[in-house]
Design a protein around this ligand. Structure first.
Ligand code: ZN
Length: 138
């Protein structure tokens, strides 16, 4: 069995941002030489997510509105965690959107559905953060 590990780095300009990382994951799969296996992609920070959904700007706006309704950023005073930081909302948003995604590799390629795209979801950005890609297979 082969294994392959890579880290991606992101430093978003905005506090919250969704970034399509499908091409970077596909490149890692290619570089791994694995043709049949699995790729795990996970955020290495507890205020960011990796998830799969549609790359459609209206939907991305809907995610922002929905997440702000579930866990509004402000007022900061509404959260106990914000006694230490101002990012309680980002921890909650990350939990809703998920830590990681796993995608099958078939024939050396990501075996995604027709509209599936892999996203890095940043909820407390403007600083350097990492995503782990781990590939296993043969
Ligand atoms: Zn925090």
């Amino acid at each position: 069995m082969k294994t392959f590990r890579r880290e991606l780095y992101f430093q978003t300009e905005k506090r919250r941002q969704l970034i399509n990382i499908t091409d970077q994951v596909a490149e890692a799969v290619k570089d791994s030489g694995v043709s049949e296996g699995l790729v795990l992609v996970n955020a290495m920070h507890i205020t960011a997510s990796v998830f799969i959904n549609d790359d459609e700007s209206g939907l991305h706006h809907d995610f922002e509105v929905w997440l702000e309704r579930l866990a509004p950023e402000k007022p900061y005073s509404q959260y106990r965690h914000n006694g230490f930081e101002d990012n309680a909302d980002a921890h909650l948003k990350r939990t809703v959107m998920g830590r990681e995604t796993v995608v099958a590799i078939s024939g050396g390629k990501l075996d995604l559905g027709p509209w599936e795209q892999i996203f890095y979801g940043e909820f407390d950005g403007k600083r350097r953060k990492r995503v782990l890609i781990k590939i296993i297979g043969e």
